[in-house]
Design a protein around this ligand. Sequence first.
Ligand SMILES: [Zn+2]
Length: 232
Amino acid sequence: MVRYEPPKHNRYRRIYRILQQTAFYDELVADLNASFSFPRNIRIVFDQCDEPNAFYDPETVEIIMCYELIKYYADITHREFQEDYALEVIYAGFFTFYHELGHAMIDQYQLTITGQEEDAVDEFAAILLIDAQEYDAVIAGMDQFDIDAIEEAELGEELVYWGEHSFSDQRFYNTACLIYGSAPDEFSDWVYDEDNSWDEDAFLPVERAEICEADYQRALTSWERLLAPYLK
Ligand SMILES: [Zn+2]
């Protein structure tokens, strides 16, 4: 079930309206409920939180999506691309929603994962969205890591190394690698090497691109096995 809390501040009204009118997340949640059996009802709450964030609360079994986060990414990408604002609003939260859903699934199903949970749920989001052919959503996620990486770079010596998340630049390349690895022919113009150094769209160094197909296959198989018992 999706709940939209009325925002306290008027600046989030438009996003609040778009989310309700498009019913995008209501349909997404209906699809997820048709695909997975959840041991407990995971509530999805859109709310004003006074910070641009999203999180999963294991105590209340809620995914909280903050209007601030959606507005932040939607406004930046909208300025850049001038596309339909309603679409920008949807894409601004789509990848993050799957990231948080990954946390919820790990908690609710007590999934066995290794490595940092934050990396695992980025991978979960990318794999499930690629599988659903939602490439634009994963690319929007990459763009968000790119935006966050600029902020991190500005921190300079104040950048911390003890955080639970990988650096945004790493999250950007890890996500790009999974997309490229899922369809190397389709995304071949992303790969940066001497032959392609003239192409300004090329950003994925060939040294990384070489392992992406295997990375994608491993990630896909791992998540298929982990989630198989819970599919309807
Ligand atoms: Zn997280």
